[in-house]
Design a protein around this ligand. Structure first.
Ligand SMILES: *Cc1c(COP(=O)(O)O)cnc(C)c1O
Length: 398
């Protein structure tokens, strides 16, 4: 079915442009084929090689790769010891996985609001939400921009809390000149196809803490260890292994890690392109009336994972929903990242209520994610800008 544009004419683009997409080349494909022809499809050498490569790239001592980023967050929460009765402070402006992982452990997520300009977790609101039960903070490098790590680590130290950084958006991003990944207790990177690099599904936790690392390796594989020097009981024979805790099967395959190793080689180039596209967007969009852009802090290098425009709705005759739908009709694959977690029915049923994090809710009402991915051509970037201009001009008030 042909889509007609708002003014009844042709849409800005003939072909739909998705908001995010992987970029796979021949080299990536060759690497995967090599694994398929080898001896190990899982629990083989590619897994450790990928873990070491990611850890080295981000400047962390250890990495434990898992089947997806959400499993990684669960693993991190588990080894940090979160349990029923504990509270963990989570940014309200994130994907549900950042807080579901707390629920998996039986602990309670407590949502903190965002800073009005950067849309990152508000350090002052973290402080307000700390109680005697608080055991950790899960902060999110939302859109690829690192959170205020020094301030968060300081609060954590004062209150004896673990910090888990959800860096699903920010592989390769820097805080004060240092890559994220080794700056807090546990950092999670996701390798879903829309993320900075991909393994299909996949994730990793990086850490500098040897004890957490050892616990994570067990947690990933049923709570089992095969290492003799860790055995709690007398070794029974060469076949011996011990299950010491209740773990899961959260392993990643060698096939995925082969792809990951190849993808990681391109991350710096990928980020360069993301920055280029974002800079063009910023230059052009700041000229358009009715759009506000996310503040970029001076002391970080964002991975530029997601590009958000914020609509000044009083300038338009219609609401966000109508503008969003019009952009889809222009074949521009807009999206929304995210509805504040606690506004989902599951969380409401747990007792969370509208109004808890007003700044996150206001952003949700006003924001639209526009396409940003490495495979976009300059022509695609211009299409997005022109499509936006067309739609917004159509709906200006008076
Ligand atoms: C993608 C994402 C996750 C989950 O990662 P998966 O690998 O899809 O499980 C968690 N948090 C944020 C902010 C994400 O964008």
């Amino acid at each position: 079915m042909r889509k007609l544009s708002i003014n009844g004419g042709e849409p800005t683009r003939e072909i739909f442009l998705p908001y995010g997409k992987q970029k796979i080349d021949e080299e990536d494909i060759e690497e995967v084929i090599k694994v398929l022809k080898g001896n190990f499809l899982t629990t083989g050498p590619k897994v450790e090689k990928f873990e070491k490569a990611v850890a080295k790239y981000v400047g962390a001592k250890y990495g434990v790769a898992v089947c997806n980023g959400t499993a990684g967050l669960h693993m991190a929460c588990a080894v940090c010891g979160f349990k029923k009765g504990d509270e963990v402070i989570v940014s309200a402006m994130t994907f549900v996985a950042s807080s579901n992982c707390v629920l998996y452990t039986g602990a309670t997520p407590v949502f903190a609001d965002i800073d009005e300009d950067t849309y990152l977790i508000d350090v002052e609101d973290i402080k307000r939400k700390i109680t005697k039960k608080t055991k950790g903070i899960i902060c999110v490098d939302y859109t690829g921009q690192p959170v205020n790590i020094n301030a968060i680590n300081e609060i954590a130290k004062e209150n004896n809390l673990y910090v888990i950084e959800d860096s699903a958006h920010s592989l390769g991003a820097e805080y004060k000149g240092v890559k994220v990944g080794g700056l807090v207790d546990c950092t999670m990177f996701s390798f879903h196809p829309v993320k900075p690099i991909t393994t299909g599904e996949g994730g990793i936790i990086t850490t500098n803490d040897y004890e957490l690392y050892k616990k994570m390796k067990m947690f990933r594989s049923h709570g089992v260890t095969k290492e003799e020097d860790e055995f709690l009981e007398e070794k029974e024979g060469l076949w011996s292994y011990e299950q010491q805790t209740l773990g899961y099967n959260y392993r990643i395959t060698d096939i995925q890690c082969g792809l990951g190793i190849s993808q990681l080689k391109k991350i710096d180039k990928f980020i360069e392109r993301r920055i280029e596209i974002s800079n063009t967007y910023e230059e052009e969009l700041k000229k358009i009336d009715g759009i506000k852009l996310q503040k970029q802090k001076g002391d970080v290098k964002s991975g530029r994972h997601i590009f958000i425009i914020r609509l000044q709705l009083n300038k338009f005759k219609v609401d966000k929903k109508t503008i969003f739908e019009s952009l889809i009709k222009e074949n521009i694959g807009v999206n929304v990242h995210y509805r504040p977690v606690y506004l989902n029915p599951y969380y409401k049923q747990l007792g969370y209520k509208k109004g808890m994090c007003p700044k996150s809710e206001k952003l949700y009402d006003e924001m639209i994610t526009i396409p940003l991915h490495v495979g976009m051509e300059n022509k695609d970037v211009l299409d997005v800008i022109n499509g936006l201009k067309k739609v917004l001009e159509f709906y200006y008030r008076g």
